[in-house]
Design a binder for this molecule. Structure first.
Ligand code: TYD
Ligand code: MG
Length: 487
């Protein structure tokens, strides 16, 4: 990393993960991708805006005169780590308690998901305390940004807008304005004129990201980089920034549903996997104070169709109740389909194998579809039991008992394993009006919470016996349903 002082020598970086090497490589030693070596431009030292040496790059503001050298760690002041509230409690939570001065944060997400809206709301909130904030837009005109800002509420006087795609011009404007925060929307539209290739190329994204990183560390301003990510999560561009920024936030959700989930994939100043939940309204993103309520279709877990189960997951620091739906139907294919949305298909395959071998449900000739409601993604082991129960419930046409939530990790032997923070999950279920919680038997004592019945379960088979209700009639399989035939 620090070899940049010898700028005459070429060096290379991986365009998939950003890993740097002094030599060309066929296969990246860090991420294993082939043919991703890209020569890093040696011009960094020549440009006016970018600092000259790696030492100058990292020197904090006002530290020019101080001799560089080892210092007792205890003497390092941490005044710089002060945090400013963003005005949005859900965003503060994901950031680990507010914006840290001098930090650089990448905000990724699909086009149209609401990144610009979130950033403009953040900019307005920070500027409303009378500290200047610079919002740089390379994608929209001044009028467009102004129109959006009108929808979002009052426009503070300290909020400045610059529609610009030239990095040098952005840095120059920033050095004059000295904003407390700079937002670059998006990093893919910025470019350095002295480099080959237009905006959005991996080299441009990386170099502009680096320059803004130096700007953040040198000036103490918080810098937000907006990056567009494609649906499968593969981004040639912003991905290379992930390892150099302090935090990576992803704004996720189904574009045609109104909930948006902001997730920290990396955070040097807080916990990862912290989650903020928003709702897209006509006036921008509104915080959802009670996300569990939002993700449940029927409050308190009233009677449901077979195949629906409520799981209590832990997302970051808080419990979250989410509905999972499964549909098991006779397959018309040689290889039955397993299709999921918001759930890992490999994990589902494991759960189905356990249901087959340990419980005796013959799922081998059935298609299984699993959906997590609200556009959320579940990957926490405590949600295993709920997903397995949803599949078993659909298969047997036995709906889950009313107002029931299920928590537990399913082992390959079909036993239920203990999960983290059982008590806070059960407490959340009680708060939302659930009547009973199925929990791993080993944790029955821990899970005791007033106002909700705890059902201790040793195995997945026990769970099916205790939590599924009686069988309901369903349309005979094989025959097409009347409406379906008419359509
Ligand atoms: P935008 O922030 O432009 O997305 P991104 O920057 O990630 O590409 O948001 C786009 C969508 O949000 C657009 O379809 C309109 C919608 N929207 C609202 O529903 N309400 C609002 O108040 C605003 C500003 C946008
Ligand atoms: Mg945008």
């Amino acid at each position: 990393m620090t070899k940049t002082a010898k700028a005459a020598k070429p060096h290379f970086f991986c365009s998939a993960c950003g890993n740097e090497q002094s030599r060309w490589f066929g296969r990246c030693p860090s991420c294993g991708a082939w043919n991703t070596a890209t020569e890093a431009p040696a011009a960094a030292a020549k440009t006016g805006g970018a600092p000259k040496s790696s030492r100058a790059r990292w020197a904090p503001a006002g530290a020019e005169g101080r001799a560089a050298g080892p210092r007792p760690l205890a003497d390092v002041e941490i005044a710089n780590a002060r945090r400013a509230s963003t005005g949005l409690a859900e965003l503060d939570r994901v950031l680990g308690g507010g914006v840290v001065a001098g930090s650089i944060i990448l905000v990724g997400g699909d086009p149209g998901i609401g990144k610009s809206t979130l950033m403009l709301q953040l900019a307005a909130a920070l500027a409303s305390t009378n500290t200047p904030v610079l919002y740089v837009s390379g994608e929209e005109s001044e009028e467009q940004v102004r129109l959006r800002a009108e929808r979002l509420g009052e426009i503070p006087a300290a909020l400045y807008l610059l529609c610009e795609t030239d990095l040098e011009a952005v840095l120059e404007a920033a050095s004059r304005l000295k904003p407390a925060a700079l937002i670059a929307d998006s990093i893919q539209t910025l470019s350095r004129s002295d480099l080959e290739g237009g905006p959005g190329t991996v080299t441009q994204v990386r170099e502009c990201g680096l320059a803004l990183l130096h700007y953040a560390k040198g000036s103490g301003a918080a810098v937000f980089l907006v990056g567009h990510v494609t649906k499968d999560g593969a981004v040639a561009g912003p991905r290379v920034l992930e390892h150099m920024v302090d935090a990576v936030l992803y704004l996720e959700g189904e574009r045609y549903q109104h909930y948006r989930v902001l997730r920290a994939a990396k955070n040097r100043f807080g916990a990862t996997h912290e989650l903020g939940v928003f709702e897209m309204t006509n006036h921008g993103l509104a915080e959802v104070a009670n996300p569990s309520e939002a993700f449940l279709s029927a409050p308190g877990g009233a009677a449901r169709e077979p195949g629906a189960a409520v799981v209590a997951s832990i997302e970051g620091s808080r419990p979250l109740l989410v509905e999972v739906q499964a549909l098991v139907s006779t397959s018309f294919y040689a290889t039955p389909q397993r299709v999921t949305s918001g759930y890992d298909p490999r994990r589902l395959a494991v759960l189905l194998a356990v249901l087959e071998r340990r419980v005796g449900l013959r799922l081998g000739r059935h298609d299984v579809f699993v959906t997590v409601t609200g556009g959320l993604t579940l990957d926490e082991p405590g949600t295993d039991l709920g997903v397995a129960l949803a599949a078993a419930s659909s298969f047997a046409s036995r709906p889950l008992r009313e107002r029931t939530v299920a928590v537990g990790e399913v082992s390959l032997s079909g036993e239920l394993r203990r999960v983290a923070r059982i008590e806070s999950r059960v407490r959340e279920a009680a708060r939302l009006g659930f009547a009973r919680a199925g929990v791993p038997a080993v944790q029955a004592e821990e899970a005791k919470v007033p106002g909700i019945e705890v059902v201790p379960l040793a195995t997945l088979r026990d769970a099916i016996d205790a939590l599924l209700g009686p069988k309901v009639a369903r349309p005979a399989t094989g025959k097409p349903e009347p409406q379906a035939a008419e359509r």
